[in-house]
Write a protein that binds this ligand. Sequence first.
Ligand code: 5GP
Ligand code: MG
Ligand code: MG
Length: 187
Amino acid sequence: MEQSAKIYEDLDRILVTKEEIAEKVRELGQKITKDYAGKEPVLVCILKGAVLFFSDLMREIDLPVTADFMAISSYGSATKTSGVVRVLKDLDKDIVGKDVIIVEDIVDTGVTLNYLKSMLAHRGAASIRIAALLDKTARRTVPDLKVDYVCFDIPDAFVVGYGLDYDQTYRNLPDIGVLSPKIYGDK
Ligand code: 5GP
Ligand code: MG
Ligand code: MG
């Protein structure tokens, strides 16, 4: 898709280009490959936002990984999370004794990941780390949450693309951009 494509018109600006994403994801894959040498980590994709990041990242990890998927929903409006998390689809396999890497699109307040991490920790994983494509550190309300791997620190703006949606749209943008507030008004 070219940046002249129709859905690009709804962006205020491009924040991260597809080339920058590809480079960072490659670097992260290499880092995980080193950090987990000799291990067989379970990559847990948090649906749906992390799907593109997950599929690119796993191809950059030179280890015998397995993949599992979880869908959660944080109650709230389309652009703000409420802190209450519900599991819509759970993992297929148990994770007892496994080295788990949670792969998430974006950490905002940190409430969602904090909840998920403690939930998976209670299931007896050997280790749990978090890999996030984007981090909005300025908005963190859970200061203790450790985000082990981050590709990009971004400012406090609502972003879409490369998996991230607004009302289920824009996930297919190859770049990441700031959605024009005129699209979501005061929702
Ligand atoms: P948290 O619990 O960290 O506040 O919220 C995390 C979730 O809120 C993310 O997984 C994502 O679904 C959603 N979210 C937070 N900020 C953004 C954003 O800028 N754009 C989009 N599309 N989703 C966001
Ligand atoms: Mg998410
Ligand atoms: Mg969303």
